[in-house]
Design a protein around this ligand. Structure first.
Ligand SMILES: [Zn+2]
Length: 170
């Protein structure tokens, strides 16, 4: 393995680890929010709120480094499994390694998708959406994030990406 390929893989691992730990935080908060609002099922709107709140919260979280190390270890194991099956696939471009490896992780992680599908339904299938009036930190943070989101101006590259994805894909 040459150095550029190793660096490329490390960058990819870092990005996937950040996305996974970001999602884990948001899904946990969405679950708390739903529970505290007296509902039983997490809707797309709850996930959307939680992702907005996580955009503001993520860099302030204390447990981030541990979480990233945990996911990087898991991802590295997946990469190694994958590379064992696929040694002599050298293209002139650096990127296919990363893309194939991401797909490989996605295929292996059907359980996450199944979990989300079992927890998330369309808003039209819900009884009635209610905001949580609870005063705990999670509920206050999600309600506040939704309120300030429309006027928020992203600054870093990561913030721009998050805003675009949350506004257009969710
Ligand atoms: Zn609450």
């Amino acid at each position: 393995m040459d150095i550029s390929r190793e660096t490329d893989q490390d960058t990819t691992e870092n990005v996937i680890a950040i996305v996974l730990s970001f999602m884990e935080n948001a899904v946990n908060d969405a679950g708390t929010y739903v529970e505290h609002s007296g509902r039983k099922i997490v809707s797309k709107k709850d996930i959307n709120m939680a992702l907005k709140a996580e955009t503001f919260e993520y860099i302030h979280r204390e447990d981030i480094e541990g979480s990233l190390l945990y996911y990087k270890e898991a991802i590295r194991n997946d990469f190694n499994d994958f590379n064992d099956d696929d040694d002599n696939d050298d293209d002139d471009d650096n990127s296919p390694t990363s893309i194939n490896s991401i797909n490989n992780i996605n295929n292996k992680d059907d359980s996450i998708e199944t979990f989300l599908q079992s927890k998330v339904v369309n808003d039209s299938e819900m009884d009635e959406y209610t905001l949580s009036m609870c005063k705990c930190n999670v509920c206050k943070r999600l309600n506040k994030a939704v309120a300030i989101w429309p006027d928020w101006k992203p600054e870093t590259d990561m913030e721009h990406v998050l805003k675009r994805v949350i506004d257009t894909k969710l």
